[in-house]
Design a protein around this ligand. Sequence first.
Ligand code: XMP
Length: 476
Amino acid sequence: MVGALWMKFREKLANAEQLYTFDTVYLVPGRAEVEPSQVDLRTRLSTNVELLVPIVSSPMDTVTEYEMAVALALHGGIGVIHRNMGIEEQVEQVKRVKEHPAIRLREAFLRLSDNCAYGLEVLRDLGVRRLPVVEQGIVKGYVDYSRLVEICKTGFELVAKALVGGRVYGVSGIEEARRAIIRGETDSVAITSRDGRFLGSLLLGDALAETVPLLDEEGRLRVAAAISPFDQERAEKLDKYVDVLVSDVAHFHNVNVLHAAKELVKRASSDFVAGNIGTYQAAVDALAMIERVNGFRVGIAGGSICTTAEVGGAYAPTLWAVASVRDALEAQGAGNIPIIADGGIRSSGDAVKALAAGASSVMLGYVLAGTEEAAAPLIALGEALYKPYRGMASRGAMAKRFAADRYTRLVKRVAEGVEGLIPYKGPVSKVLSEFIEGLKAGLGYAGARNIKELWEKAVFGLAPRKTVPSELGAQR
Ligand code: XMP
């Protein structure tokens, strides 16, 4: 006798979706018309915040505090400061990132009223042949070394006499400005905010550095912060300083969470990233309920330190979840909302797959853990160096009071993450540079110039079925 439940189970299985993971899907190489070095990785974290590279550091207490967030922004990505700390401390961390000089822009300029001998001295000291001339925050033009030498010969002359025109770049054009310098068109350019105020000069030496920082309209490094939708006070205090508020709950597709987020968004002015979600329906419900969603953080239980799948049997692997949510967004006419793929990304190859499936950026925990800037102490065991890495729902993280409302709201008293040690990897810049090169190579193989093109051109293939020993035996 076959029971009704059993029939239902079979019916459900017949309609069950294949939960594709990074290990079960690959990208088939495509016709390439660009070299990897020409690939443009610019993307969006949220509807109003651009990224120069699609890399976001995870808000975990062994990964992202001030140092990691600064490093990420200097490389063109962004860090999300974790919330396993007091509100004031988290606000302080965000402010420190904002106050950190975006070192590649310098307070180097001349005034119209400077005399030419002084101008020559400044140019020599900086080792450049051209500098912007600025009055009361407005760029008036440039002066060149050779012209200054000429007018100096005529006696006591002012910089104003040597003024020439030249292109001024806005903050969003920093990469373009850098390329102009590398092409040898100039050795310094003025960078201005969106409202035309002088932010600083980009000089040859800094432009040759391999990375371009991610700056806000004021020329400060961009930074995001994690919040719980239930923590209105935290969100309000962070909102004044942060670029993006990133929801940091394990299961956003929960009616209480959706309600709380709906209220929170009404009072926030920063972009709001909802998450984590893992399904098509979660995206539909979030969009229906919350007035403003500027991005989705997608993937459930796919993280390297997650035990949610073992503990609760629930799993929305990041690759599958990203593709499902992307479909939902397109169907809802919300295709402009970016997705952050979160969890289980161990390599640039995994990241390329996540981007190809419809993500605009990837969130990294494991990849960045173990680096110098990771928010964990260095530990020596014999000759080897390590850094701890732990899930935010691990016992250790939960023991810290402020993690309580992420995974342990009264009903949840079980750990859903593990703790471990990661071999020390050195400075994060090395890891990021390699990762970025890997992304460019990946887009190159797929024949895509940028992430938008990757969405269109990517061809997925299923991984070859693993041959198990018994099958081998059967074949013989
Ligand atoms: P990776 O694979 O980059 O994953 O190390 C980082 C992401 O994992 C999530 N996260 C958790 N998930 N239990 C979970 O089920 C946890 O304790 C936990 N801590 C972090 C989170 O989305 C993070 O970005």
